[in-house]
Design a protein around this ligand. Structure first.
Ligand code: ADP
Length: 363
């Protein structure tokens, strides 16, 4: 059974801005759902409506089968962690974690047991007597998590909880948070604008754009079969390459053409001369070491080379692509391209994406 259900959730702020427009998704017990999208797309508003901090204009929120729209935040059995952890500066770590239980007038002995158990889980037991100002950013983050965990809520709601941490700590906390959530088995809704967090942490990703859900699916589905050009561009680094062109029907076959470049497209049959974008992920190229007769070859001058160790990203000048260049990722490759070199790359026929040029919808 679905543990958390959002059905046609809408928020219109006073003043008329439609922040969230008919958002629906479901989570099973223990599922990790990531809401991802650019700034202003309605992620936080959606999360705040689940928490009860913002009233929904219309639509339903169900937790454990029960409609919670009309319940006060404290009665919804959810725990929220924000980007700024908002710890009480005058309270110790122990008191900060104990706080939600103190409010509920929980027995002192139980509080002590729960706080110590959570502190153990988060490896902060030696910090219990310190004040927040005596902690590092990562330690403060753990205390904020502790304060959420100690409540044993039905649902965790996390709003960009890692964005104040430096890059190395963010990577470490990402893995830690995911494994913690799996161990606790608590349903999670996690908001981020960071596609790496979305891809690495989510069981399910909900991609939002302008208050709407563009696509819901596993990280793999979203990456391999994006339903729109927006989703294709949002996930993946470097960004997917997009070349504008037309689809031509030749006998039984469909061919994408753009200038001198052409490639057969399997499994699509549309009217002739449809204007489309061809999406090619940077890793979907082969490097041509010698010149080739294939029409699916892209040749140009190398503008930029980013060597990351295990992979190298090359940016090749190509006027008919978006931003005038093509990004190609080379993995453990023999060739060592330099800026200014001529380079030819061959497009693989597998894993190509075709989007309608006008609507951006996948064909
Ligand atoms: P995100 O979390 O994806 O960055 P938000 O949910 O914070 O987006 O905001 C979605 C939209 O709603 C934005 O256009 C924002 O300006 C608007 N918005 C957010 N909060 C309010 C508010 N309290 N009053 C009016 N408009 C708001």
């Amino acid at each position: 059974m679905s543990h958390l259900v959002l059905s046609q959730l809408t928020k219109t702020y006073a003043g008329g801005s439609d922040a969230v427009r008919g958002v629906s998704f479901m989570a099973t017990q223990g599922e990790f759902i990531v809401l991802v999208g650019p700034s202003g797309c309605g992620k936080s508003t959606t999360l705040r409506m689940i928490a009860g901090l913002e009233e929904a204009t219309s639509g339903d929120i169900l937790i454990g089968g029960k409609r919670v729209n009309d319940l006060a935040p404290k009665d919804r059995d959810v725990a929220m962690v924000f980007q700024n952890y908002a710890l009480y500066p005058h309270l110790s770590v122990y008191e900060n974690i104990a706080f939600p239980l103190l409010i509920k007038k929980t027995d002192k002995a139980i509080i002590d047991r729960e706080v110590r158990s959570v502190a153990e889980l988060l490896s902060i037991n030696r910090l219990l007597d310190r004040k927040p100002k005596e902690l590092s950013g990562g330690e403060r983050q753990r205390v904020a998590l502790g304060r959420a965990i100690v409540r044993k809520p039905q649902v965790f709601l996390f709003d960009e909880p890692l964005s104040n941490l430096d890059a190395a700590l963010r990577t470490e906390m990402r893995a830690e948070l995911k494994s913690l959530q799996q161990r606790l088995g608590t349903t999670m809704v996690y908001v981020t604008h960071d596609q790496t967090e979305a891809m690495t942490m989510g069981d399910t990703i909900v991609v939002m754009n302008k208050g709407l859900v563009e696509q819901t699916g596993s990280p793999r589905e979203i990456y391999e079969t994006p339903k729109t050009a927006f989703v294709a561009r949002f996930l993946g680094a470097p960004t997917i390459n997009m070349i504008k062109g037309t689809l031509k029907t030749i006998g039984e076959n469909t061919l994408f053409t753009s200038g001198g470049f052409s490639i057969p497209i399997a499994g699509i049959s549309v009217e002739d001369n449809r204007e489309v974008f061809l999406g090619i992920r940077p890793e979907s190229f082969m490097v041509g070491t010698c010149s080739t007769d294939s029409n699916a070859t892209i040749e140009g001058t190398v503008l930029l080379v980013e060597r990351l160790g295990s992979v190298t990203h090359c940016y090749i000048e190509y006027p008919s692509a978006e931003r005038g260049k093509i990004a190609a990722t080379l993995i453990h490759h023999e060739t060592k391209p330099q800026i200014g070199d001529r380079m030819s790359i061959i497009v693989r026929e597998q894993g190509l994406h075709i989007f309608d040029a006008a609507t951006g919808v996948r064909l």
